[in-house]
Write a protein that binds this ligand. Structure first.
Ligand code: TMP
Length: 228
């Protein structure tokens, strides 16, 4: 099969980091420059994966344990990859995905206490070679991110209760885990400080993607992964 010419960008990060806003802004910018862009998300992004999203996010699978949930995330991811992402990359589209494999590493692996070997085995099957060219990790301290998310949900809510404080520790652990992934895979991952203004963040992301697109244009043979 011919190699792909698209670009696969995933967005990762905790609550209230502003992923959706930044994905929308980047998509608008890239479309304005004449690129074909597909915005998608996980869990979900294909009809099969959206059905699994409902099962996962409603909490219906929670009682069956974290392993079950991890396998369902992987099943959804594989459907999404095969039905949507790989075909789009083959057509030369820029794919912007709200969460991808790193979320499983962090949520099911680190804070779900599943063994890294188990998570990595699932990932190999799920992504089948379709690994993001670039991952933007929108980094925000858990306290700030949760506060933003809480304001968005309920403008007049009081400060965090005991449960929310416990949650904060979990969110901080996830933040550390995303930073750890970035440190171990610096060519793919970029940590973006999400405490700044929307415009500043969008500017940095634009620079990162422009540089990445220029690199792809210089080395079209460098990304054969999704071309199977
Ligand atoms: P979101 O639409 O707010 O990003 O919600 C998706 C939720 O699913 C979020 O809490 C993170 C979680 N998630 C996982 O636990 N594992 C995964 O692999 C993915 C993609 C998401």
């Amino acid at each position: 099969m011919a190699e792909t010419t698209g670009l696969f960008v995933s967005f990762e990060g905790g609550e209230g980091a502003g992923k959706s806003t930044q994905i929308r802004r980047l998509a608008d910018r890239l479309r304005g420059l004449g690129h074909e862009v597909l915005v998608t998300r996980e869990p979900g992004g294909s009809p099969g994966a959206e059905a699994v999203r409902h099962v996962l996010l409603s909490g219906a699978a929670e009682m069956f344990g974290t392993r079950m949930e991890a396998i369902l995330f992987a099943a959804a991811r594989n459907d999404h990859v095969e039905e949507v992402i790989r075909p789009a990359l083959m057509r030369g589209v820029i794919v912007l995905c709200d969460r991808f494999m790193d979320s499983s590493r962090v949520y099911q692996g680190v804070t779900g206490n599943l063994a890294p070997e188990f998570i990595e085995a699932l990932q190999r099957v799920a992504v089948d070679g379709v690994v993001p060219d670039c991952t933007l990790i929108l980094d925000i301290p858990a306290a700030i991110g949760l506060e933003r998310a809480r304001k968005r949900a309920l403008p007049t809510a009081a400060g965090p209760d005991r449960f929310e404080k416990e949650e904060m520790q979990t969110h901080e652990k996830r933040r550390e885990a995303f930073l750890d992934i970035a440190a171990r895979d610096p060519d793919r991952c970029h940590v973006v400080d999400a405490r700044r203004s929307e415009d500043d963040i969008a500017g940095e992301i634009a620079d990162i993607i422009d540089e990445r697109l220029a690199r792809e244009a210089d080395m079209p043979a460098a990304r054969p992964e999704a071309a199977r």
